[in-house]
Design a protein around this ligand. Sequence first.
Ligand SMILES: C[S@@+](CC[C@H](N)C(=O)[O-])C[C@H]1O[C@@H](n2cnc3c(N)ncnc32)[C@H](O)[C@@H]1O
Length: 226
Amino acid sequence: METPSLELEVSPEVHAGQAVYTRWTLRLLYDVGVLGYSNRFVWKCPTPTQLEWYNANVSANHLDVGVGTGYYVARCRYPAPSPRLALMDLNANSLERAASRAARYSPETYRRNVLDPIGFDAPRFDSIGLNYLLHCLPGSMDEKAVVFDHLRSLLNPGGCLFGSTLLQGDVPRSAQARLLMRLYNRKGIFSNQEDTLESLERALHTRFKESQISLHGCVALFRARA
Ligand SMILES: C[S@@+](CC[C@H](N)C(=O)[O-])C[C@H]1O[C@@H](n2cnc3c(N)ncnc32)[C@H](O)[C@@H]1O
C-alpha cells in the first residue's frame, strides 16, 4: 500500500464532491441507500445490472477510481483468481473502506484528485472502472472529461475504460430523480446539471479509438478502448 500522501489541496467544489463520504455514511448509508434503493427505484439502473457491466469489462489487471464502499471491486468476477487490483480516490475514508472490503486481493491504494494530472510510477492497467464518479466532479462535461485524459495515460494499449454516470438533459428521469438530483446539485454532492448523453458521447469519441454507451433510466453505462 502506498504511503498516505499529505493533505491534498483542492477547490471547494472538488472538496464538496467527496466530502459526504465519511466513515459513517460509507458504513451505514451508502450500500443501503444508493446501491439498494436509489439505483433500482430512483435512477432505474439496479445494482445487479451495474455489477454485470463491471463483470463484462473488468480485467485481471484492474484500477477502480472513485471507489466508495468498494462494493463492485469486492463482488465482481475477475477473469483470474489472483487479479492485480488498485484503488484510487481523493477521499481517505473511501480508500480505507474499499481496501478493507477487497482485502483478499491485497489492493494497491492511491490517494489522488483525478481532475489533476495523476502522478503514477507503477505499471499500467488493462482495465479502469469509474462508477458514479463523473457526476460528483464539478464543471461541464467538457471540463470534467479531463479525467479521461488523465486515466487514459494509465491504460495499456488496447485497454478498456468503463463505468457508469448519472445524466440530465433528455434522458428519462422520474420525479424523484429530478428532485434528488436538484437537491444533491444544490449541496455540491453532484455536479451533473450540464451532463448530457451527447456531451458524454463527444467526450469519449474524441479521446478513444472506440466507445459505446447504453442508457438505463438516467444512468449511462459506458465503455471505451484506448
Ligand atoms: C458516488 S461514490 C461512487 C462509489 C462507487 N464507485 C459506486 O459506484 O458505488 C463517488 C466516489 O468518488 C470519489 N471522488 C469524488 N471526487 C473525486 C475526485 N476529484 N478524485 C478522486 N475521487 C473522487 C468519492 O470520494 C467517492 O468515493
